[in-house]
Design a binder for this molecule. Structure first.
Ligand code: EPZ
Length: 422
């Protein structure tokens, strides 16, 4: 188990290159199941979640090799075990996105129910609704979902909206399954996240017929088969947003390379309201803050709204604002494990149902804190960079799931982070 020791306060200056997106890589890796043969993905980040998903694909029968630092070859010629084991799915809920492609490819799939996690319940009822609408028979057994469509899937008009709006991986599952269904499928209330747009573009590169890409209504005309392809993974907008907040919370200036501002308009808008400058620069941007941090109100929503995956990081920044802010979490209402830990660092946060009142304080003070989930842990790192003293963050493995050796990317910019194995 690793811990971080982070000295603060520091100011960050310099240039950082944003990696390929974890949340774009995983569904595209799953999509390779649809076409027997070798597909190649470049720009895939070196993360534990990617390794876990690669292990899952191997359990299905695929051969997965990393033939360069960030280039994966997935050979899905053989799929002889269409089962998503509990041992893997319980660690990484995104594994559920093998459901759609396996059902379309093999006509039968068993996937463990994901269960809950630190950010709240992770139901898959919308995924299963989509599979049923496409003609699959679904039943549950010993905590596993068993989906069967021995005669293939049939296209349908499907409404996929849930109580919190669209579902990202639910859209991915239904979209992938529909590519090989007989006839036309429309997915109403589809997720519009850039990662879904990327997936749809990759599926069309494999021979799928998808239109309405980027809109909440996707139309899929089923085809008989897809073929393997080569893909370049889009940049990670959440990692980019995390580094933007790092510049803002330390009062420094960072140049971000390989960052698509068009995927981050809600984030950039909010940061500018807070007093952070974000200027386009080449294939990225320059982010700086040299005035006060202004308070702001933010509500997380499905894309193009403010992303829930940056809620914790923004809370760390607003903890030091000149005034009170309100953060409302509309996607995962329980996603507040970072609140108690930030309060240990002298933040002044009060949870009121799905909202947190953030009373800005003059300074944060270092303390031993506990990482709980990926983005909450990133928020603790950001707070520690600005806090006075040395913060110790336990359970750093949460951070390693979504950020590649974050200390090796922050230290050259002026951070003072040491990783200790205990
Ligand atoms: C994806 O999770 C991301 N994960 C999450 O990022 C992200 O927070 C989330 O989308 C929202 O943007 C990956 O892409 C691997 P959802 P996903 O289905 O698809 C409810 C990170 O930190 N819902 O869009 O699982 C659900 O409970 C991770 O990188 C149902 O009710 O999220 C939630 O309230 C964390 N029924 C809301 O919808 C369902 O069948 C949105 O969830 C499915 C979801």
């Amino acid at each position: 188990m690793d811990v971080f020791h982070i000295e603060g306060p520091v100011q960050l200056f310099g240039t950082v290159r944003i990696n390929g997106s974890k949340n774009a890589s995983l569904p595209v890796m799953a999509a390779t199941i649809l076409a027997g043969g070798r597909s190649y993905l470049t720009g895939v980040p070196n993360l534990s979640d990617i390794s876990v998903f690669s292990k899952l694909l191997r359990q299905l029968g695929c051969r997965v090799t990393r033939n360069a630092k960030r280039r994966l070859c997935i050979d899905s010629t053989v799929i002889d075990n269409p089962v998503g084991e509990y041992e893997i799915v319980r660690k990484m809920r995104a594994s559920v996105c093998i459901l759609g492609p396996l059902l379309a490819r093999c006509g039968r799939v068993e996937v463990s129910m994901p269960g809950g996690c630190a950010i709240g319940d992770r139901p898959i009822n919308l995924h299963l609704r989509g599979m049923r609408e496409l003609g699959a028979r679904i039943h549950l057994k010993n905590g596993y979902v068993i989906a069967e469509a021995p005669n293939g899937l049939t296209g349908k008009d499907i409404f996929l909206g849930g109580p919190f709006g669209s579902t990202v991986l639910g859209t991915a599952n239904v979209l992938m399954a529909a590519t090989l269904a007989k006839g036309r499928t429309t997915i109403e209330s589809a997720a519009c996240e850039p990662e879904i747009t990327h997936l749809a573009t990759c599926l069309n590169k494999m021979g799928a017929k998808i239109s309405g890409i980027g809109s909440p209504r996707l139309t899929v005309d089923g085809v008989r088969q897809l073929h393997p392809a080569e893909f370049e993974v889009i940049p990670d907008r959440i990692e980019a947003g995390t580094f933007m907040v790092a510049a803002a919370v330390t009062g420094g200036e960072l140049k971000l390379q390989n960052c698509r501002l068009e995927d981050m308009m809600a984030v950039v808008d909010k940061l500018r309201n807070i007093g952070v400058t974000v200027e386009p620069d080449g294939n990225g941007c320059v982010v700086a803050r040299n005035g006060p941090i202004k308070p702001a109100n933010v509500t997380t929503q499905p894309y193009p709204g403010f992303p829930t995956d940056l809620q914790a990081q923004l809370m760390a920044l607003l903890s030091l604002a000149d005034g009170n802010s309100v953060i409302v979490e509309k996607v995962f209402p329980d996603r507040f494990m970072h609140v108690a830990e930030l309060n240990r660092m002298a933040a002044n946060l009060r949870k009121e149902g799905p909202a947190v009142i953030v009373a800005g304080v003059k300074k944060l003070i270092a303390a031993p804190v506990m990482a709980s989930d990926l983005r909450a842990s990133a928020a603790l790192v950001l707070a520690a960079l600005a806090a006075e003293g040395t913060t110790t963050i336990n359970r750093v493995y949460h951070i390693d799931r979504g950020y590649e050796k974050i200390e090796e990317r922050l230290n050259p910019l002026g951070a003072r982070i040491t990783r200790e194995s205990i």
